[in-house]
Structures are given as structure tokens and as C-alpha cells.
Design a protein around this ligand. Sequence first.
Ligand SMILES: [Zn+2]
Length: 403
Amino acid sequence: MAGTGRASGGVEAAPASQQGMRRQNLAVVMGAVAAHGPLSRADVAGQTGLTRPAVSSLVDELIARRALTEAETAPSGRVGRPGRALALNDRGPAGLGLEIGVAHLAACVVDLRGAPRVWRRVEQANAGRPAGQVLAEAAALGAEAESEAAVLGLWVAGRVMAVPGVVPDGPGGLVANAPNLGWQTVRPADHWPDPDAVPEPENEANLGALAEQRQQGRPAETFVHVSAEAGIGAALVLGGRLFRGARGFAGELGHLPVHPEGPPCPCGARGCLEQYAGEAAVLREAGLAGAGDPVALLTRRARAGDAATLRALDRAGRALGLALASAVNLIDPDALVLGGAYAELADWLLPPVRAELAARVTVRPWPPEAVRPSALGRRGPVLGAAWSTVHRIISDPAQLPAF
Ligand SMILES: [Zn+2]
């Protein structure tokens, strides 16, 4: 479909653009197999509008770059030779996702089909420790995950790292500010032991939203993805595209005021959402100390019917609903997604969130199911990090080396 225009002269065929056109057509074939595979070569021609000889040449190159495999298939009830089916290679290029959390490190490798093949998660306190030390540990965890992936026949073609901080647009991979880690102006490349394996940092809320988008298979949805670890992160996906703001600072939902005279926030303002629905605030309100996994602790207490915990979660849900009502009135999204720790606490957060939205979103229809928990929960950011490399390869397979 998308290939028709490109193949039949949609691109000006000046000699200099021949290479660019082939590059685009490689992506068209790759995209067709990713969306509809397994496909025969003839199916690919039918799907893309490219000629059979063109498809064959492009497919051969994609196989040489280990992006596609072509397997013998049994004839499906028809008389004749067995067919050959093209599929994304699940023993070839892969994406490594890393995550630096306030209280954990994680790594994950996904193959080109998007399947997670290697998982690593280590609970450890990272807040306030030297960034170089934390990054060296993340690098070691990533190297371990890459070795395990190699045993499965995978090789890592790209690395992205989720961080709970602001990652402004621009080259060089800078984490401008990650207040809950205590980082200011940290460049992972300055600390990474292997200069050839430096990951690209990205805000964890943004990656969680991209993971959600892929999981749902609704590429054009407009939604707000809100998640919490130590802080509250939100990502805006408008018409399927991540909206980063003028300088990459969009989505600071945690500092939306929910009570103008409320308690002071480390950001300098008062009554921010984080003071009601942030992890520390919920634990404080529930009378719990933050030892161990705070989300597991809250879940356990809430299931047991502990009144203070239920009250704290209700207060958090109301504050969250209040902030999200402003987001809905401002941008008119299809959906609101509770991700990260909020997804795991959704049983208790959703009712007050929905009640606030019902009371405050009145200028447009707002069905209660338009706010939903993410199925990925706290795995979202690291999966999003790994999937972003896979997405990049499928969009431009020519970036892969030929073997
Ligand atoms: Zn604040």
C-alpha cells in the first residue's frame, strides 16, 4: 500500500536518489512483513505494489542483513511445491533496553518480532549515589543481558536507556536533570566503560507510553500515559506521535497544582500532584515506612483492607483524577493510561480517578473506560526502550550491516 507511490515514481528518480529510493523500498518490504507476515515473495509484491523482480532483490538484501528469514512451509492443502514464507528474523538483530530507576536497575533484550527474550532486574538504591557508579553497574547488567542474548543467536543493534529525568532534545545523549536520582547534567557517554555500547538516554515516562502504544496496536491514538515511581511522569502521545514540548520538558504532570495552598513541593511550588499521588506522599499518608518494594507493600495492605492505606490511595486517586481532568479538558485525548506503579494499584486508584473525571469533564463525552490501566505495568519503560530499537530497524533496515 505505502509502497505503491514510492515504487512507481513517487520519488524523483534522479541518479543521486537511487540509493535513497532503494533504502525506502527496503523499509516498505520490511514494513509489509512486519505488519502482515509470514508472507511469500509474491504476497509482498501484492502488498506493496512493487514488481516481483524488485521484491526478490530487496528480500535477498534483507536476508543478507539478517532482518528477514525465509522458511520452507508445507503446501496448504493445495497441489504443488511447498511455499517459502518470509518472516522477521527472531535470531538476528535485537534491541537492548536498560532502565535506571530510583530503586532498581533493569535490562531487557527483544528480538525483531518484539518478543522479550532476556530479562534482568536488580533491586538496589540508586538515589544520591555517584552517577558514574550507577552507570557502570547498568553497563555491567547490559553486557550480561547481551551475552545471554548472544547465546540465543541475537545481537544487539541498538541500546536505549530509560531514566527518571528530563532528556532534552539534541545530540550527545544528555540527562539534564533527574531530581529523584540526584543527577544534574549527566552524560552517560562520559561514564560508560565500552564506548561502542553507550545507550541513548530517554525519559522513562515517554518510553512507557511508546511501549503502551505498541502493546495496544493503536498507532494513531491520542493519549496521556501517567506513571509513578519516586516521581510522577506523564507522556503525551498526540495522533500517535510523542509530544516532547518546545524543549523536551512536556509532561510534568507531577507539578500540576491540585490544591493551591497545599504542602510545599521540592520544586518550590505548593500543593503539586506529587504531594498527594507521589510514592512518598502515599506511603506517608498510609503510615508506612518505605522499606522494601513500596508498591508491593501498598498492594498487600490494601488487599488486607487496611483503612489508612485505602484512605491514602483514595486521596491519591482523587488528586490524580483532578490533574487528569485538566489534561482531558486541555487536549481532548482518546484515553488516559495509568502505567508503572499506578497500573499495579489500579484496583484502588481507578474508582476515585473515574469519579473525579466524571464530575469535572463535562464539556465532552467521557466514558469511564477511557481511563485504563496499562497491561505492562512497571515493565513498560524498559520494554519501550528495547522496542524503540526494533521500531527503528523496521522503519529503516538499511542501517543494519550486511553480512
Ligand atoms: Zn512541585
